[in-house]
Design a protein around this ligand. Structure first.
Ligand code: HEC
Length: 101
């Protein structure tokens, strides 16, 4: 019984979360912080101590964060319209407001 209760949310997450795309398009001149607070904070709320992520060392760099944003993951939508300068400053903002495990 316990197994079924625990398994159901995981299945729903898989079904609803797989390969979703978010068409969010940042305003010209939006900073990384603007974008994060518009498009990301609904899922990524700050932890008690005020930072957003406990990043694995493999995730704690601009390239890996940018890839996560553009490609998403099983549970996170992809944001293909965040690109260039905006993507870079968004990734910097994430990095500056995270801890590394
Ligand atoms: C619909 C909810 C949702 C939105 C919106 C969302 N994310 Fe995520 N994100 C997730 C989930 C769930 C995970 C954890 C699962 C995973 O790592 O695949 C995650 C993981 C991440 C990670 C990796 C964290 C780690 O510890 O490895 C980063 C970085 C990230 N998100 C950044 C962003 C940024 C930047 C945005 C805004 C452009 C964003 N997310 C928008 C749900 C979301």
């Amino acid at each position: 019984m316990k197994k079924i209760i625990l398994g159901l949310p995981a299945v729903l997450l898989l079904v609803s979360g797989c390969s979703k795309t978010d068409d969010f398009t940042p305003d010209a001149g939006a900073t990384g912080e603007d974008v994060f607070k518009t498009a990301c904070v609904k899922c990524h709320t700050p932890k008690e101590s005020g930072y957003y992520f406990d990043l694995d060392s493999s995730m704690a760099n601009i390239a890996a964060i940018s890839k996560q944003v553009n490609e998403g993951s099983m549970a996170m939508p992809s944001f293909p319209k965040i690109q260039g300068e905006t993507l870079h400053s968004l990734s910097e903002y994430v990095l500056a407001n995270s801890k590394t495990r």
